[in-house]
Design a protein around this ligand. Structure first.
Ligand code: SF4
Ligand code: SF4
Length: 129
């Protein structure tokens, strides 16, 4: 069976992986539960573990180890092309989650206004089972 990968829309412009157009240029993102409770009852409890706060130009360079270079190139050269990081998710009580830590939503929205740490980010597409 072909594996499905959601389109990622992200508004966390404090992240080194964020790009204009609310795109994520990471090669892969990981979505986790709230660490203290180990589960999620609402989107607030979920987080993008791949968030890395953008502070300096060096952070941009440091983020390149997880850069979707092929996707970035495609986005740069093909107008309207959406970058597609692969998504792994450990929030197994979400209706979109399936075994193998897959997300079967068509699109996910990551948000976190003025985020400074991973806990400040949320998967807004989370829906509890
Ligand atoms: S917060 Fe997550 S989804 Fe958003 S740009 Fe950063 S790594 Fe990508
Ligand atoms: S929609 Fe659900 S399964 Fe998909 S990444 Fe978000 S929390 Fe995980």
């Amino acid at each position: 069976m072909a594996t499905q990968n959601p389109m990622v829309k992200c508004t966390v412009d404090q992240c080194t992986h964020w790009m204009n157009g609310n795109q994520c240029m990471a090669a892969r993102i990981s979505v986790y539960n709230d660490e203290s409770s180990g589960t999620s009852r609402s989107a607030d409890d979920t987080q993008c573990k791949s968030f890395h706060e953008r502070k300096t130009v060096g952070d941009m360079v440091g983020a390149l180890h997880n850069a979707n270079v092929g996707g970035t190139m495609m986005a740069a050269f093909a107008d309207g092309k959406q970058i597609m990081p692969s998504v792994e998710c450990f929030v197994n009580n979400c209706v979109h989650w399936s075994s193998g830590n897959m997300c079967h939503a068509g699109t996910i929205e990551i948000a976190g206004r003025n985020a400074a740490k991973t806990q400040d980010t949320d998967c807004e597409t989370f829906r509890a089972k």
